[in-house]
Design a binder for this molecule. Structure first.
Ligand SMILES: [Mg+2]
Length: 355
C-alpha cells in the first residue's frame, strides 16, 4: 500500500449557539478535513484548531499540510511510527495537523486489513457514554440547559466554570438543584482560577457531589495543580497541562493530578493518545477523552481511542452535536448519550461532505 495523494479541505461550520468558556467565546468551527489516498482506499482525517489552547489556526494547518505532503507521498501507511517520526522532525507542535494524519493512516490500515481501528488497537469496548457540556452563561440559564440535556437522555453533564468563584459555585448549585443527584456532574475551569480561588471554589462545590474538576489553574502551574489537589476531596483532572506523553509522565512524577483529559488535537492523534493512556494505567490512573470543536470525523477517531483502552473510563465527545451540520457520513452514532462505534473497516467513516 502506497500513499498517492493528500487532499486538503477547509471547513467553516457555525455552532448552533455561541459557546463560552473562561478563555473566550467561539461561534464557528474552522477545521480542516484531509483525505489521504492510496490506489485502493481513502483515509479520512480532521484537524480542529483551538488557537487559545493549541496555538494553531486553520491557515497554519493548511500551510503545514503542504509541508507534510512531501513526507507522505510514496510512503506505506503501515509504517505509521516511522512516518510520524519524520513529521515530528519536520514540524514542531502542530498537534491538530498531526492528528489528521495519524487518524487517516490508521483508517487506511484498517481498510487494508478489513478491521475497525478500535478492534486492532485493543477492542476493549464497542460503546460507551459521553457527557454533554454547558458553556458559561448566567447560572439560571445554565440550569435550564441542564434540564434539556437530561431530557435528551444524557446522564452526565460537564459544566464550564472558571470566571468568578462565587458565581461558579452558584452555577453548580443551580444545576444540581435542577437535575437532582442521579445525574453526574463534572466541572471544567479551563485555567480560570488562581490556586487559592480554586481551593475555595472546589471546597464549596463538594456538597453538590462533583465527579471531578478539570484544569482549575493555568496550564503551566504544575505546582499549583498539586497544591489544589492536596487540599480538595474532588479529583483533579489535567486538560491544558497535558498535551504529550512526556507531560503525562511529568504530572505523575509531580503528583499533580488524579486524571488526564486526552484530546486528539493536543496529543497529535490516537497513537499518542494510547501512549498517554498507557502511562496513566501504569500509575493507576483513569483518563477521559475530550474534544475541541470537532465534527463527527474526529469525534469518530476519538471514539476509537476510547474503545481501545481499558483505563479510558470517561468521554466528553459532544462537539459534533453542537454544530449546525455534521459533514461526516457514517462514523459513530450518538443516541441519548450513548456513543456506538461503527462496524465498518478503518474508522468506519463512509464519506465527508466538504463543499
Ligand atoms: Mg477542559
Amino acid at each position: 500500500m502506497k500513499i498517492r495523494e493528500l487532499e486538503i479541505h477547509p471547513l467553516l461550520i457555525p455552532l448552533k449557539e455561541p459557546f463560552t468558556i473562561s478563555l473566550g467565546t467561539i461561534e464557528e468551527s474552522n477545521n480542516v478535513i484531509i483525505r489521504i489516498k492510496t490506489d485502493e482506499f481513502t483515509g479520512y482525517g480532521e484537524a480542529a484548531p483551538a488557537p487559545r489552547i493549541t496555538g494553531d489556526t486553520q491557515n497554519q494547518i493548511i500551510e503545514g499540510l503542504k509541508h507534510v505532503k512531501k513526507i507522505l507521498i510514496g510512503k506505506d501507511p503501515f509504517d505509521i511510527i516511522r512516518i510520524e517520526e519524520e513529521i515530528d522532525r519536520a514540524l514542531r507542535g502542530n498537534h491538530p495537523l498531526k492528528n489528521a494524519v495519524d487518524m487517516a493512516l490508521l483508517d487506511l490500515i484498517g481498510k487494508e486489513i478489513k478491521k475497525p481501528v478500535y478492534k486492532f488497537l485493543g477492542g476493549y469496548r464497542s460503546e460507551f457514554r459521553t457527557d454533554f457540556t454547558i458553556g458559561i452563561k448566567k447560572p439560571e440559564e445554565m440550569a435550564k440547559d441542564a434540564i434539556k440535556i437530561v431530557e435528551d437522555g444524557f446522564d452526565t453533564i460537564k459544566i464550564k466554570v472558571g470566571v468568578d468563584p462565587e458565581e461558579d459555585i452558584e452555577r453548580i448549585k443551580r444545576i444540581r438543584d435542577a437535575v437532582g443527584y442521579k445525574i453526574k456532574l463534572r466541572a471544567d475551569a479551563n485555567q480560570g482560577w488562581s490556586p487559592k480561588e480554586a481551593v475555595k471554589a472546589v471546597k464549596s462545590m463538594e456538597k453538590y457531589d462533583l465527579e471531578l474538576i478539570e484544569q482549575p489553574v493555568p496550564w503551566w502551574n504544575i505546582k499549583g495543580l498539586r497544591w489544589v489537589r492536596e487540599r480538595v476531596d474532588i479529583p483533579v483532572m489535567a486538560d491544558e497541562s497535558v498535551f504529550s506523553p512526556q507531560d503525562a509522565l511529568r504530572l505523575i512524577e509531580e503528583k499533580a493530578v488524579d486524571m488526564f483529559n486526552i484530546k486528539l488535537m493536543k496529543c497529535g492523534g490516537i497513537t499518542n493518545g494510547i501512549k498517554i493512556a498507557n502511562i496513566a494505567e501504569a500509575a493507576g490512573m483513569e483518563c477521559m477523552v475530550g474534544c475541541m470543536s470537532e465534527t463527527g470525523v474526529a469525534i469518530t477517531a476519538a471514539s476509537h481511542l476510547v474503545a481501545s483502552a481499558r483505563n479510558i473510563t470517561r468521554a466528553d465527545l459532544d462537539s459534533s452535536l453542537t454544530l449546525v451540520k455534521d459533514p461526516a457520513k457514517g462514523g459513530v452514532k450518538i443516541e441519548r448519550g450513548k456513543v456506538i462505534l461503527p462496524d465498518g473497516d478503518g474508522l468506519g467513516i463512509e464519506d465527508v461532505v466538504v463543499s
